[in-house]
Ligand binder design. Sequence first.
Ligand code: AMP
Length: 147
Amino acid sequence: MISTKKRTFLETPISDFIIPVEKVAHVLVGNSAEHALLVLTKTGYSQVPVLDTNFHIHGLVSSKVITEAILGLERIEYEKLSQIKVDDCMDRNVTILKIDDTFQKALDLVINHAFLCVVDYDGTFAGILTRRVILKQLKKYIYQTSD
Ligand code: AMP
């Protein structure tokens, strides 16, 4: 039997916890893999969203997919970096949350993702929700609640 406190917590909207769009490092569709690698290296993030100029999500790009794209038979072909576009190597399989989704839904999904992209009511990119933030909230709840 789930307590009222727990239900209220699980039903908290994720909008309270997201990193907003203006603080999210991202690249644009059409950018080169070289630019994406620079963004990833300089920010230290393992993966960032790929957006268009209308703030729609197209995919996720990581150092891993870029390295795979320039991997030759015997060497890493760095010279290809400037020719390849993020569109050619990004992961298009993005798990998306809506801004009014609940903490419970996010909790289920972050088991398999370090972060999740969140879209607004009109489908535009609103920001991300990280596993770190979800765990922090969960920890706060566990230590504050006795039942
Ligand atoms: P963290 O929870 O801060 O360790 O972040 C986990 C992952 O979420 C990072 O490796 C990035 O892929 C992504 N991430 C976190 N914060 C940002 C941000 N401000 N901009 C873009 N991606 C982010």
